[in-house]
Design a protein around this ligand. Structure first.
Ligand code: CA
Length: 221
């Protein structure tokens, strides 16, 4: 799941990014309002974390720009403690949730997962498809025979993407976008390697290849 983190405090941003990556996100960091506005409109993010006090502008203006374009991904704003007006203005501008600084990263991740669930119309913190269930909190795969497999960050992100829309064909390019941030540029062959590893867990027919098009999760197998 691609996530855009807009935060000008470098230490905070880097610390958060590494925690978020452990929780299954691939994170792009930007520290300016200008770049945030462009990235939010161009890239396919599943969620955004937006600091309001940015060196070249206000995060609320960024949010308004996103919302007036087609950027509809759920957004959590970071506000100063006690500043209720920022919270109200943020929600009015199209934010889905807010968190006052300082905060616990665990709470940020729980809130992000919650706003993503809501945007996908889910109630539970798991993704179910066919005989399989992906547990977001524990980053593991449960099978209906009772077995359970823990997943690496990349395996989780890839499976999360495929199981989120069973039957939908994802091109390698789309999968790469959800797996890696803008600074990483791995070879596309890496997708094939991960698909092979996942097929060992879910069975060869469950992740089908459509030649020349991409991969799909077959929940009828
Ligand atoms: Ca700031």
């Amino acid at each position: 799941m691609r996530l855009l983190l807009v935060e000008d405090d470098r230490l905070l941003a880097e610390g958060l990014a590494s925690q978020l990556e452990k929780a299954g996100f691939s994170v792009d960091i930007t520290r300016t309002a200008k770049e945030a506005a462009i990235l939010g409109e161009q890239e396919d993010y599943k969620a955004g974390v937006l600091d309001l006090g940015l060196p070249d502008g206000n995060g609320l203006d960024v949010l308004r720009k996103w919302r007036s374009s087609k950027a509809i991904f759920p957004v959590l704003i970071l506000t100063a403690r006690g500043d209720w007006q920022d919270k109200v203005n943020g929600l009015k501008a199209g934010a889905d949730d807010y968190l006052a600084k300082p905060f616990q990263t665990e709470e940020l991740i729980a809130r992000l997962n919650a706003i993503m669930r809501r945007s996908e119309g889910r109630v539970h913190s798991s993704v179910k498809a066919g005989r399989f269930e992906l547990d977001e909190n524990r980053q593991c795969l449960k099978v209906d025979d009772g077995s359970e497999h823990s997943l690496t960050g990349t395996e989780f992100r890839l499976l999360r993407c495929l199981m989120g829309r069973p039957g939908h064909i994802f091109s390698k390019e789309q999968l790469m976008e959800q797996l890696y941030n803008l600074n990483e540029s791995p070879n596309e062959n890496i997708i094939e390697a991960y698909i092979r590893r996942l097929r060992k867990l879910v069975g060869p027919e469950t992740i089908a290849t459509r030649r020349g098009q991409g991969y799909l999760f077959n929940d009828a197998v």
